[in-house]
Design a protein around this ligand. Structure first.
Ligand code: C5P
Length: 408
C-alpha cells in the first residue's frame, strides 16, 4: 500500500545512538510513497553518516543553515514550507530543551521554529537514557512542547545502549511509521470511544483440546487501527490470535466466548460505538473435563454435548437500548452464500443499525476482502481492497451515521 503517496516528510535527526533506527524509518517512508528530506544536526552526523541517509532518501542531506544550494540562502524557510510534516527521530534531551526555548542557532532548530504551525505538524520521537527521560526537566520540557503544539510520540521500554534498562528508548521504526501514517488520517471519530471484538474464540473441551475456527482477527485489528487513526479511544477485545496490537489501542486478550462477553460488556459501559467483528463460537462443550479425555481402547468415540453461547452483540445492543443509550452497534456476518439476504435478515434479528457482510472463505486469513454494508436505506458494496483500506472506509461510514455527528 502506498500509504504516503504525495506526502513530503522532513526527517530531522539529532544526536543519539537511535539514529540507526532512523535509517529504517526513512526506508519505510520512501517505500510507502513519501518523499523524504533528511536534515541532520552536527551531533547526529557523529552517529550515522549523511551519506547513508542520502542513499536511503535519494536526496542530499541538509546539515547547515549556510547550505549554498538554496538560491535565496534560506533553507530553514524553504524546507519547512515544502513539508507535510516534520518528524524528529531521534529527538535528544538537549534538542528538546532547545526547542522549548525557541533556540535557532543551527538549521534543524531554526527550521522547527520557522515552520508554519497551523499546517505543518511537528512529530517528536524522544530517545535517551532512562534517568534523562524521567528527569523532571525533560518531563517539564515535553509537557511544554505538547502545549506549544508539537506531538510527542512517546518512548519504548527495555534494554538501552548504555547497559541500563527502562524507559527512554526510541520507538521502533515500524511504530513511528504507523504514527506518521495515522497523522494524515481524517479525525472523524475524535472524542468517540469504540470497542471492537476480533478473532475467534476457543472453547475448551479439556486441558489439551478445544473448538475454534479459522478467523485470523485481521479485519478486527484493522478496524481497531483505523478507528484509532480517526481519533477514537479504542478497546480491542481479542480472541486467541498472533497479531501485533495496533499503536495506542487498549487490548484485552480473552479465550472463550464467555470471557469475551464479560470483557466486552465492561468495555462498552462508557463506549459510543461497538463493532462486533469476532467470529464467536456459537456453542461450547456442556462440560469441561479437568483432565485429558482419553481413548478407551475399544474404538468408542466420546459423545460430546454442547450448549449455546450467549450472543455478545445481541446482549450488548439490547442492554444499550434498554438504557436508552447512544451505543452505535455494528455487526459482521460471515456467510458462504446468499450474502444479501442473510445480511439483511441478520441486521433485523440483531436489531442493529449497520451490518457488514462478507464471504467467510474469501476473508479468513486473507489480507484483503470485500464488504457489503447493509443499513435501513439498503445495501452498498465496498469492493475488494486491503483490509486496512476497507477498515478506514468503514470507519468513515460509521462516523457519518453517528447520531452525535448529525447534532454537531
Ligand atoms: O449470528 P451470527 O453469529 O452469524 O452473527 C454474527 C455477528 O454476531 C458478528 O458480528 C459476531 O461478532 C456477533 N456474535 C456475537 N456473539 C456470538 C455470536 C455472534 O457477538 N455469540
Amino acid at each position: 500500500m502506498q500509504e504516503l503517496a504525495g506526502k513530503h516528510i522532513v526527517l530531522g535527526l539529532t544526536g543519539g545512538i537511535a539514529c540507526y533506527k532512523s535509517a529504517e524509518l526513512c526506508r519505510l517512508l520512501v517505500k510507502a510513497g513519501a518523499t523524504v528530506q533528511v536534515v541532520m544536526t552536527e551531533a547526529a552526523a557523529q552517529f550515522i553518516t549523511p551519506v547513508t541517509m542520502q542513499a536511503l532518501s535519494g536526496r542530499r542531506v541538509y546539515t547547515s543553515q549556510w547550505d549554498a544550494r538554496e538560491p535565496n540562502g534560506m533553507p530553514h524557510i524553504n524546507l519547512s514550507r515544502e513539508a507535510d510534516a516534520i518528524v524528529l527521530a531521534p529527538a535528544s534531551a538537549d534538542f528538546i530543551a532547545r526547542l522549548v526555548q525557541g533556540r535557532s542557532d543551527e538549521l534543524l532548530s531554526l527550521m522547527c521554529l520557522a515552520r508554519p504551525m497551523e499546517r505543518v505538524p511537528l512529530l517528536i520521537a524522544p530517545a535517551m537514557n532512562r534517568e534523562m527521560w524521567s528527569h523532571p526537566a525533560t518531563q517539564r520540557n515535553l509537557r511544554q512542547l505538547d502545549a506549544d503544539g508539537a506531538r510527542v510520540l512517546g518512548v519504548g521500554n527495555g534494554w538501552q545502549a548504555c547497559g541500563e534498562t527502562g524507559d527512554g528508548r526510541m520507538l521502533e521504526a515500524v511504530q513511528l511509521f504507523e504514527d506518521i501514517v495515522a497523522q494524515f488520517q481524517p479525525k472523524v471519530l475524535a472524542g468517540e470511544r469504540i470497542v471492537v471484538t476480533a478473532g475467534p474464540t476457543f472453547e475448551a473441551l479439556d486441558p489439551i483440546r478445544g473448538i475454534t475456527n479459522h478467523s485470523s482477527g485481521k479485519m478486527g485489528f484493522a478496524i481497531a487501527r483505523a478507528a484509532r487513526e480517526a481519533g477514537a479511544e479504542v478497546t480491542l477485545v481479542a480472541g486467541p490470535v498472533h497479531l501485533p496490537t495496533p499503536r495506542n489501542v487498549r487490548r484485552v486478550d480473552v479465550v472463550s466466548a464467555a470471557d469475551m462477553l464479560q470483557a466486552t460488556v465492561l468495555a462498552c459501559e462508557d463506549a459510543s460505538v461497538f463493532v462486533a467483528t469476532a467470529a464467536v463460537a456459537d456453542w461450547r462443550p456442556a462440560a469441561h473435563s479437568e483432565h485429558k479425555i482419553k481413548k478407551d481402547g475399544g474404538g468408542k468415540a466420546p459423545s460430546l454435548q454442547f450448549v449455546e453461547n450467549e450472543d455478545i452483540l445481541l446482549t450488548v445492543a439490547k442492554g444499550a437500548r434498554a438504557q436508552g443509550g447512544q451505543l452505535f452497534c455494528v455487526g459482521f456476518a460471515a456467510e458462504s452464500e446468499n450474502l444479501v439476504e442473510h445480511a439483511k435478515a441478520k441486521r433485523a434479528r440483531k436489531g442493529i443499525p449497520l451490518l457488514v457482510g462478507n464471504i467467510g472463505p474469501l476473508t479468513f486469513g486473507q489480507d484483503d476482502n470485500s464488504l457489503l454494508l447493509v443499513d435501513a436505506d439498503g445495501v452498498r458494496e465496498l469492493p475488494r481492497a486491503p483490509k486496512l483500506t476497507l477498515a478506514r472506509e468503514l470507519v468513515a461510514e460509521i462516523a457519518a451515521r453517528l447520531p452525535s455527528r448529525s447534532r454537531r
